[in-house]
Design a protein around this ligand. Structure first.
Ligand code: SF4
Length: 438
């Protein structure tokens, strides 16, 4: 990133990204992002496109993706495709456009106007399933169907009761020592099972400096908060300047020990992970990233490169996955996903039972199925590869871990257990005599 003491005459903004948007800015006027008090003092008056140079360091694309670009985005250059802002600008937002690329089935076509969550899919993510049938797991997770119309009695728009635990708009303070700070409500790609579909994509949680200042003030005035989780929407869809504005201010608060960012960008918009972003993020350690992954098909060469860049910057990477019916609800799929994440140096962290949000019934499995998946993984693969299966308690009770029961009894001398192969074992665990009263 251009630093404040760099020559002012020739500055590169957008953190030398995206490639196709590389602009040389010359001047002495405030930057268009100056209302956010950019950390670096960037100035410009006019824009001069930089001549294109040989492309170095871009992620490999698969033959399938290259065929997709040629067919549906023939005007896009290689630089465009690897430019995260081009991906955001060209995301598919209408059923008409989607239907031109991916012939929709009746259940998908009829979903138009039915959902409270907007449609949005990056060209990159769409390229992963453009030739698919309606059952394709990635398609099911981002293309709406009429099932979103069906509301079950157990469902609500805010099942986790976040709106009642919000001392400042966009800040959720549920646990004593940590807060959830929703920076914006925008995502490059919208997941149909999103827990925050009541707010995401609706323009109600804006990336506004005034709101952010109130939230930061609350954090500053609450010394018990040692951990801030930045979420949304997707925080990594903010420009580097805006994100750094928040990170730098949080880092000035002595009691904030760690900062975490929740994002699905490496899966749906891996082009966003640029050298400039990583260079900026690593200045704010200890910084952790929770990466949202759904299915092994998301683990592409592009995503691998993005995770490698983040891991090389010393950022611990953990995964979050929602258990989804017909998408990832088998031992084989879940194990494959966790193995692929580990190869990308992402530590499997949480497997969430799907929250009962309005219109999500077609996504929810039973708890029994979730436990069976964990039982089918524990002992059969690396312990690190087994995520913690949790239910986020409706009403705001927080995450409750669930484990298959390996205890089958207790005698006065022994605890009776079964191992992962369902073989019986005993462990010496004598029942303690009760202390004599009086
Ligand atoms: S990326 Fe996260 S916040 Fe955005 S739609 Fe998906 S689940 Fe919701």
């Amino acid at each position: 990133m251009q630093k404040a003491d760099a020559p002012a005459e020739t500055l590169i903004i957008e953190d030398d990204e995206p490639p196709s948007g590389r602009l040389v800015l010359k001047s002495f006027y405030p930057s268009p992002v100056a209302d956010f008090g950019p950390v670096s003092r960037k100035r410009h008056t006019f824009i001069v496109p930089v001549k294109t140079r040989p492309i170095k360091g871009l992620a490999k694309t698969t033959p399938k993706t290259r065929a997709f670009i040629k067919k549906y985005f023939p005007q896009a250059s290689t630089r465009d495709w690897h430019d995260w802002q081009w991906q955001v600008r060209n995301r598919v937002r209408t059923y008409e456009k989607l239907n031109q690329i991916l012939p929709l089935c009746p259940e998908e076509l009829l979903a138009d106007k039915a959902s409270q969550l907007p449609l949005g899919i990056t060209p990159y993510y769409l390229s992963l399933f453009s030739d698919s049938t309606p059952e394709h797991p990635l398609r099911r997770s981002v293309v709406p169907t009429v099932n979103e119309w069906i509301k079950m009695p157990c469902e609500s728009d805010d099942p986790l009761g976040e709106d009642h635990q919000s001392p400042v708009p966009g800040l959720v303070h549920r646990y004593p020592d940590r807060v959830l700070f929703l920076l914006l409500d925008f995502c490059s790609t919208y997941c149909r099972y999103c827990t925050r579909s009541r707010v995401v994509g609706h323009g109600g949680i804006l990336a506004s400096r005034a709101r952010w200042e109130k939230a930061i003030e609350y954090i500053r005035n609450t010394p018990t908060i040692r951990d801030v989780l930045l979420s949304g929407g997707d925080p990594l869809t903010l420009s580097n300047d805006r994100l750094e504005w928040v990170l730098s201010r949080l880092r000035q608060i002595p009691h904030v020990q760690i900062i975490r960012i929740g994002t699905k960008v490496p899966a749906v918009l891996p082009q966003r992970i640029t050298p400039a972003l990583v260079k900026m993020l690593k200045q704010y350690h200890p910084l952790w990233l929770s990466l949202h992954f759904t299915h092994p098909d998301e683990c592409t060469p592009e995503t691998h490169k993005a995770c490698t860049m983040l891991a090389d910057a010393g950022i611990p990477l953990g995964s979050q996955t929602v258990l989804l019916k017909g998408i990832n609800d088998s031992v084989e799929t879940m194990t494959d996903l966790m193995h692929k994440l580990m190869k990308m140096r992402v530590r499997p962290y949480y497997l969430y039972q799907c929250d009962p949000i309005t219109g999500s019934g077609h996504f929810r499995t039973t708890i029994h199925q979730g436990l069976d998946i964990i039982r089918g993984m524990r002992g059969f693969t690396t312990g690190y590869a087994v995520p913690t299966y949790v239910v986020d308690a409706p009403g705001g009770g927080g995450k409750i871990p669930l484990m298959p029961d390996y205890v089958c009894g207790h005698t006065t001398e022994d605890l009776m257990l079964t191992n992962y192969e369902n073989k019986p074992f005993t462990y010496p665990d004598p029942v303690q005599a009760m202390p004599v009263q009086g």
